[in-house]
Ligand binder design. Structure first.
Ligand code: UD1
Length: 323
């Protein structure tokens, strides 16, 4: 069997790695790996391939950044010849990024079966680009691998036949479990927490939080306030870096430490030892749940509702000042 996997953005890599490793031990399975190039900086992509022991992609489409329409259409345009040439038996896509939906559309139109890993999650908020990607991908996919029972329920409500759905659990946590022992070796994590006996960890990159300075400024002000009680380490996503200029004063940066994006193992090390995590990421809500670290999510809703029902995650909302 020839299986073609597609990854594009940072949160895809830790989901694809365990599948690639497991399939590498199966006789009769040939794998092709396509990287769309949605994420391309060394610290957003290459470092994950190294730390997750992933083989280099067979194809890199190099689509890069752009508006949603540009990025999605560019993946479609460049992926079509690859699939026509490689003729896989099945294509595996991950998560909810633009590359996921773009590849699924191409496959559906060419009649190539698609399996979606992390199917069924819903925030029920269609202003979130990822929700659109999830809805479209799940309607078109032939096999839907769900991480949790709420995923199965959501898909059933959308009329997806049960026969297409497989509850497999959260594959991203397989990467976490495998690499957690390496976390203690992270020098990058030690460097950015040097001199701190306790700290909070922050990530922000949701467009609704960071693209508009009027939305970002009160969040940053709240973080500066929190940092007076507990120092915060903040690996800054490139999307956020562009907006953050001038919002954090030099004196605030002593307690709110702005650092470059981290590799997988390094970020795991930071999460594992954090007193709390403040984030708007999806995956980090789940990783902190596994690690038992309290997580405050700077969003009004979540597609990862199990993290709230288990009790590690609290939806803080976007307006942090009202708390
Ligand atoms: C994307 C995903 C989001 C995921 C996030 C993880 C979509 C719609 N969004 O958001 O679901 O949570 O990845 O990081 O697919 N940039 C760089 N270098 C890079 C990549 C991006 O500088 O390697 C900058 C560019 O200015 C770009 C911006 O970051 O315009 C946003 O990148 P993009 O891939 O469009 O969206 P993310 O915010 O990363």
């Amino acid at each position: 069997m020839h299986l073609l996997q597609v990854v594009g953005a940072r949160p895809n890599f830790m989901k694809a790695a365990p599948v690639m490793h497991a399939l590498a031990t199966r006789e009769g399975v040939r794998q092709t790996l396509v990287h769309t190039g949605q994420h391309y900086d060394a610290d957003m992509s290459d470092v994950f391939f190294q730390q997750l022991d992933m083989s280099q992609p067979d194809f890199n489409l190099g689509v890069g950044s752009g508006s949603h329409a540009q990025q999605t259409s560019e993946v479609m345009r460049l992926f079509e010849p690859v699939i026509l040439d490689s003729k896989p038996d099945i294509v595996l896509v991950y998560g909810d990024v633009n590359s996921t939906v773009a590849v699924t559309l191409v496959c559906a139109k060419l009649g190539v079966p698609v399996a979606h890993v992390e199917a069924g999650l819903r925030s029920f908020d269609r202003s979130m680009p990822e929700e659109i990607n999830r809805l479209v991908t799940d309607q078109l996919a032939d096999i839907l691998f769900t991480p949790s029972v709420d995923g199965d329920k959501n898909l059933a409500q959308e009329g997806i036949p049960k026969s297409k759905i497989r509850l497999v659990g959260n594959i991203m946590i397989d990467s976490l479990v495998r690499l957690l022992p390496k976390a203690d070796e992270s020098t990058a994590a030690k460097t950015c927490t040097s001199g701190l006996d306790r700290y909070g960890l922050v990530t922000l990159h949701r467009p609704s939080n960071v693209d508009d300075t009027d939305a970002l400024r009160p969040i940053v002000d709240a973080l500066c306030n929190i940092s007076r009680s507990i120092p915060l380490v903040f690996p800054v996503h490139p999307r956020t870096r562009q907006q953050l200029n001038g919002l954090v004063s030099k004196s605030d940066q002593r307690r709110l430490r702005l650092v470059d994006p981290m590799g997988y193992v390094d970020f795991l090390a930071l999460q594992k030892s954090a007193t709390l995590v403040i984030t708007d990421s999806g995956g980090i809500q789940e990783e902190t749940t596994y690690l038992g670290v309290p997580c405050l999510t700077v969003r009004e809703n979540t597609e990862r509702s199990v993290t709230v029902s288990i009790g590690t995650n609290v939806l803080f909302g976007q307006d942090m000042a009202r708390r």
